[in-house]
Design a protein around this ligand. Structure first.
Ligand SMILES: [Zn+2]
Length: 410
């Protein structure tokens, strides 16, 4: 029998076990301590044992210190299997999950998985348990069939993705750079669509700005005695909107929309009554920059508009970044990781996926910033972070088949 068929048959046999493992993972919530949870400790301990039970080499552990976590650390695990040829292929999935959200919108306990209608329901089943299990059992299928991978395979199960990856991927990249090489192939299976028809190779840079305008609060009848922060914030918001759009008109057809976006968003409440002139106003912009637009250049335009407002009104303006990313160069559409992934997806799903960019942001950007090409792909329903989150079992199986092909370089 051909290798593909043997792999697919083995993965089909493993399906009940994959579903069982996914259900076990749902029961180990791994909500970040910063979100009021217990972190990834229990899930990591389960996975360390599971990996051994599956006959795979023991996990390497890369703990990130976090005083807020039970035990003081956030665990990151790497399962490493040598290959027959040179090179290394990474699969990054994250162990942490977001909290359940509004409990009344769930018809079940979010942390007790339910299997019905070909789906596994539960928090984290989709994001990112599905891909974690798919990568684990792709490797297990190869092992069961005594098929060595074509290159070294590393499965990484990381912490803290939902809150910025400081204790997860960033910890690995910053504190254990020896783990990576620019020649590595990196797949982050943490985003995709129902058809599995999209490979993400680029992200816009997040540039989230919070601006505070300060004046002098007075009675509504005596504006002459105060300095109206509300008017200043209105003027500045409109001026910023115009200036940013004018200064950065670049387009890039890789993205949808094909431009940098500059959107006024949150406005904090100011005064509670009509007849008080506000002395303080806070507003935000959600900007997402094309990789060719440097965040420092955008900040320059922001500073110039602020200076102008301060000069003409006497108001005081400060700003801070809620998020200011580093520009991440797009992964080449014909990079080896994209090419291999594309081939495997076509083989399993029958269609060549299209490549493109998104508004951001996944942790693939951290690799791209370091010059390591990374691709993001998954076949998944759009249920991450939602109540009644679920995973389609057929997607789970397809992903395992895609990953197994990549591991064997079929
Ligand atoms: Zn995720």
């Amino acid at each position: 029998m051909e290798v593909r068929e043997r792999l697919d048959r083995r993965i089909a046999e493993l399906e009940p076990e994959m579903v069982g493992t996914l259900c076990d993972l749902v029961a180990l919530p791994a909500v970040s301590p910063q979100d009021g949870g217990l972190g990834e400790g229990a899930k990591a301990a389960y996975l360390e044992k599971k990996v051994l039970d599956l006959g795979l080499p023991p996990c390497e552990r890369y703990d990130a210190p976090d005083p807020e976590a039970p035990g003081g650390v956030r665990p990151n695990l790497v399962v490493r299997v040598p290959g027959t040829g040179a090179g290394r292929l990474w699969f990054f999935s994250h162990m942490d999950v977001v909290p359940e959200g509004d409990r009344s919108l769930w018809t079940q306990d979010p942390f007790v998985a339910q299997v019905r209608d070909g789906r596994v329901y539960g928090r984290g089943a989709n994001d990112n348990g599905q891909e974690l299990v798919a990568s684990l059992y792709a490797l297990k299928a190869l092992r069961d069939l005594d098929l060595p991978p074509a290159f070294e395979i590393c499965l990484a199960f990381v912490a803290d993705e939902e809150l910025g990856s400081r204790y997860g991927i960033c910890h690995l990249l910053d504190r254990h750079p020896e783990l990576f090489s620019p020649q590595d192939l990196v797949l982050v299976p943490d985003g995709g669509n129902e058809e599995g028809s999209f490979i993400e190779i680029a992200e816009k840079t997040p540039f989230w700005l919070e601006v505070t305008v300060e004046g002098k609060q007075v009675h509504g009848s005596r504006p002459d005695l105060g300095k109206n922060a509300c008017r200043g914030a209105n003027e500045l918001s409109v001026a910023l909107d115009r200036a940013l759009h004018r200064a950065f008109p670049e387009t890039d057809p890789l993205f949808e929309p094909p431009v940098s976006t500059f959107e006024p968003t949150r406005r904090l409440p100011n005064v509670a009554n009509v007849n008080t002139i506000p002395g303080r106003e806070v507003f935000c912009f959600d900007c997402r920059l094309l990789p060719s637009v440097h965040p420092d250049a955008v900040e320059g335009v922001v500073r110039e508009e602020i200076r102008r407002l301060e000069e003409t009104t006497g108001l005081r303006v400060t700003y801070r970044f809620v998020q200011k990313g580093d520009p991440a160069p797009p992964t080449d559409a014909v990079a080896p990781v994209v090419e291999r992934l594309s081939r495997a997806v076509k083989d399993v799903l029958g269609k060549t996926p299209r490549v493109g960019g998104i508004g951001g942001g996944t942790c693939a950007a951290f690799f791209r910033v370091q010059g390591i090409p990374a691709a993001v792909w998954a076949q998944e329903s759009d249920t991450a972070h939602m109540p009644e989150e679920y995973t389609d079992i057929s997607h789970l199986v397809h992903e395992a088949r895609v990953f197994a092909r990549m591991m064997r370089d079929l």
